[in-house]
Each structure stands twice: as structure tokens, then as C-alpha cells.
Ligand binder design. Structure first.
Ligand SMILES: Cc1ncc(COP(=O)(O)O)c(C=O)c1O
Length: 448
């Protein structure tokens, strides 16, 4: 088993995981876990499951045995935490009114959501297509770029993730998803992502610029490139490019008529302290992909938003998904945006980020095994120094800390084997953040 390519999440077959599984003694939990293993197809990162969940509340998930854990992972769907009353009430009302809108019809929530997105986004980013999942939004964006530029080649990042379908794994670069899946889509060119511009390993502006210029070299030498696809800020291991990087990329795309597709499926809607992550960079994408928390954790929902000039695809269908204009998904998304605005959540996120940066900085001083702490808004990475005696990226210490946190009531995920990724709900209280950091510190003390 090759472990060093497990970038997206912690490993479900490691010794720490086996130890965790053996500790589960609650009989109903054991029965359900056994049935889960019996009836589900087993795949990497999913089976065996960690535990059985029975309910959720605000910042926490609650297991069948009654254990409550702060959820600082939430698959990036929980910007507003769990069971947000404002959203729930609106969605329940919609469920009773019109739960589904067959294709060829439209409905008020769908139009209101598309209008809302156009009002929030800059320039002429006024045209939406919705879909029941982020992967599908990525697929639609790849099709739109082919159609509008006449060029099928797409440049994306080595080690990136844009979803799990064949088109999305072709664009994505994670080996774990691509292995045994050939032939993938032709015409995808992977380039190295820029190193982070923040944190203790921050790269200089010259280095960031050199990474951007690599795109131009490829566009000029390879030819036929229609789009550049990237996350604005890499979610899984929290890589934050510099302004100079993104401005140069925008300039290169403009110069060569290449469409800039930004994947903000996990990072939009306040996660980084702005409604959209690209707002940190004073740039505009040509196509923006939204998802995850867009459906409020209630409905699988996503969007592709693009420019007015690409409004017409004639006889070509880019989406055509059954739940394309889901009134429930649209009400959920609208309510998320409304809640962020009416509660002034972006301001709260930015205040909490300053506090968190300080606290995590102190944790780093206390535990020399922490090589880097970096983050933005409610998205943070604690990167452990790799154990020099270990091959590859599997760092059992990160897992040990994670499981020790879960035993104490804090859930998050490990990415790349040595990065503890923390993405609490934007609605998390300062008290909860403080409790979570105490848990983290205790788990470090026990594990190191
Ligand atoms: C950056 C990024 N893009 C796309 C996707 C795919 O979204 P979905 O799983 O909703 O299809 C994900 C999911 O994890 C993601 O993290």
C-alpha cells in the first residue's frame, strides 16, 4: 500500500485508525459500523468509518454513543455550522411549497439566487448554471472553456483536487484518484503550484512570480490552451499564493485569451474572511465554481458563474442536471448568503482569525515539532516537521494527535500526512475555539 500519496485526508488503514476502531465498545455503534462495512463498497478515505453520527448542532457532531465533538472539518459544507435555524426554517418552508422544479421550468428561488450571485460578483460575472455537486460545476466549466475558446487544452496544478469524476480527476493532479483510471481526458497539462506566501516557509515574491511565469511558457510552447484551472487558495493543505502571483496569472490569461477558472468550492462564502477568496487578490475569474457550503450542508448544490459574454451556448447543453434549479438547493444557498450578510459574519471571521493566529503561534512556540502555522479566515494549517527517519509523507504523529483530539472532543482532518487542517464553522464561538485549542494543546502534550 502506497501511503505517501494520501494528500486529501487521513489514512483509514493506519495503525492509529485500527487502534481507534478497537476502542469502540458501544454495541449499537459496533453493529452499524459492521453493517456499513458489509453493505458499502470499500474505498480509500471512506471505509472503515470513524464512528456513527446520530445528530449535529451548531459547531458539533454527536455520535450514536452520545459523544460530542467540535467539527473543524465538516467537509467544508458547514460555514454556518450544523442545523442553522435561519436556513432550516426557509428550507423546510420550501420543502412544503415546491421541493422540485422539473427541467424546462424555472422558479422564484432559482432566479433570486442567480440574481444575488450577479449582485455579489464583480464585473460581468452575471451568468449562472447550477448543478447538484462541485464536481459537476467543474465539469461544466471545462466544457464552457472548450466551447468558448475552441481550445481543449487545460492547465491545472500538480497534486490538485477538483472532484472525483473522470473529467475532474483528469484536471486534478492527485495520483490517488488517477491510479488505474486511464485513459483520462487528453490535453491536461499539470504545473507546480506556487509555494505559500505566508507562514514560516513563505516564498519570496520573485519565487511566486517565477511560478506564475511557468504558465505563460506552457501556453506559448504547447499551444491550444483554453483554460487555467486552480483553487484560489488551496484548501486541503492551506496554500495561500501572493497577490503578485494571481495578478500575473490574470495578466497572462488575458494576454493569451485563456480563461481563468477558479475553483472556490471549499473556500468561498466567507471561509477566507471574504465572500469569495479571489477578492483577496483584486482579480476576477472568467469562471467561478462554487459548491459545498453553497447548499448549507442540507442539499448537494453547486454553481458555475461566468461572464455575460459567454451567456449563449446555442444547441449545446453544458449542465442539464436533473436537480439543476432545485428550489431547495437555491433557498439553502440564498439563505447562507443572507445569513453571512445579516450577521456580519465576515467581520467576525476576520476578528477570530487574528485571535487564532496568535493562539496557534503560541502552540508552535510550545511544541517544536510544529514547523509552520499558516491560515486565513477560518482555514488554518498546523504543519508538523516531517520525521527524518520516516519514508514519504506518512507521519504517524499527525494521526496520533488527531485521534487524541477526537478522544477529547475535537474532530478535524490530516492532509498530506503531516498537516492538521482546521476549518471550524464561521459561526463558531470564541469559547468553542478556546476549548478546541485546549484540546489541541493537551493532545500535542500527550502525543509528542
Ligand atoms: C477544491 C475542490 N473542488 C471540487 C470538489 C468536488 O466537490 P464535490 O465533492 O461536491 O463534487 C472538492 C471536494 O472536496 C474540492 O475540495
Amino acid at each position: 500500500m502506497v501511503f505517501d500519496s494520501f494528500i486529501e485526508g487521513d489514512i483509514n488503514l493506519s495503525e492509529e485508525r485500527l487502534k481507534w476502531a478497537k476502542e469502540i465498545s458501544h454495541s449499537s455503534t459496533k453493529k452499524i459500523l459492521e453493517k456499513d462495512e458489509r453493505y458499502f463498497l470499500h474505498q480509500a478515505l471512506s471505509t472503515p468509518c470513524l464512528d456513527v453520527l446520530s445528530s449535529s448542532n451548531d459547531s458539533s457532531i454527536i455520535t450514536l454513543s452520545g459523544k460530542k465533538m467540535f467539527d473543524f472539518h465538516g467537509n467544508s459544507v458547514h460555514q454556518l455550522g450544523y442545523n442553522n435555524k435561519y436556513v432550516l426554517e426557509k428550507v423546510i418552508k420550501q420543502l412544503n411549497l415546491l421541493p422540485f422544479s422539473p427541467r424546462r421550468y424555472t422558479n422564484e428561488p432559482a432566479v433570486a439566487l442567480a440574481e444575488k450571485l450577479a449582485s455579489l460578483l464583480p464585473g460581468d460575472l452575471n451568468r449562472s448554471l447550477f448543478a447538484p455537486g462541485g464536481t459537476l460545476a467543474i465539469g461544466m466549466s471545462m466544457k464552457l472553456a472548450r466551447l468558448m475558446t475552441g481550445n481543449h487544452r487545460l492547465v491545472s496544478m500538480i497534486d490538485s483536487f477538483h472532484g472525483a469524476s473522470i473529467d475532474a480527476i483528469s484536471a486534478g493532479g492527485e495520483e490517488q484518484f488517477r491510479r488505474h483510471m486511464e485513459p483520462l481526458l487528453p490535453g491536461i497539462i499539470h504545473i507546480s503550484p506556487p509555494p505559500s506566501s505566508t507562514g514560516s516557509n513563505a516564498a519570496s515574491e520573485e519565487v511566486q512570480l517565477a511560478y506564475a511565469l511557468r504558465l505563460e511558457e506552457i501556453i506559448e510552447k504547447e499551444g491550444g490552451v483554453g483554460a487555467f484551472l486552480s483553487e484560489t487558495i488551496r484548501n486541503t493543505d492551506v496554500q495561500i499564493p501572493s497577490i503578485i502571483y494571481w495578478k500575473k496569472i490574470r495578466e497572462i490569461c488575458d494576454r493569451h485569451g485563456v480563461l481563468l477558472i477558479l475553483d472556490e468550492i471549499p473556500s468561498a462564502l466567507g471561509r477566507t474572511g471574504r465572500m469569495f477568496a479571489f477578492e483577496h487578490y483584486d482579480i476576477e475569474p472568467d469562471i467561478l465554481c462554487l459548491g459545498k457550503g453553497f447548499g448549507a450542508g442540507l442539499f448537494p448544490f453547486a454553481a458555475m458563474v461566468t461572464r455575460d459574454k459567454f451567456k449563449e451556448t446555442g444547441s449545446i447543453s453544458l449542465g442539464h442536471y436533473t436537480h439543476e434549479k432545485s428550489p431547495i438547493g437555491c433557498v439553502a444557498a440564498l439563505s447562507v448568503i443572507e445569513f453571512i450578510q445579516k450577521e456580519n459574519l465576515l467581520q467576525k471571521v476576520n476578528n477570530d482569525a487574528l485571535w487564532l493566529e496568535n493562539e496557534l503561534g503560541m502552540l508552535k512556540l510550545r511544541f517544536p515539532v510544529i514547523g509552520d502555522v499558516r491560515g486565513i479566515g477560518m482555514l488554518w494549517a498546523i504543519e508538523l516537521i516531517k520525521d527524518s527517519g520516516q519514508e514519504g509523507r506518512l507521519d504517524t504523529l499527525a494521526e496520533k494527535i488527531m485521534y487524541n483530539c477526537m478522544r477529547r472532543g475535537l474532530s478535524f482532518k490530516v492532509s498530506k500526512g503531516n498537516i492538521l487542517q482546521l476549518s471550524p464553522p464561521l459561526t463558531v464561538t470564541r469559547g468553542e475555539l478556546s476549548d478546541a485549542l485546549s484540546i489541541l494543546a493537551d493532545a500535542f502534550a500527550e502525543s509528542c
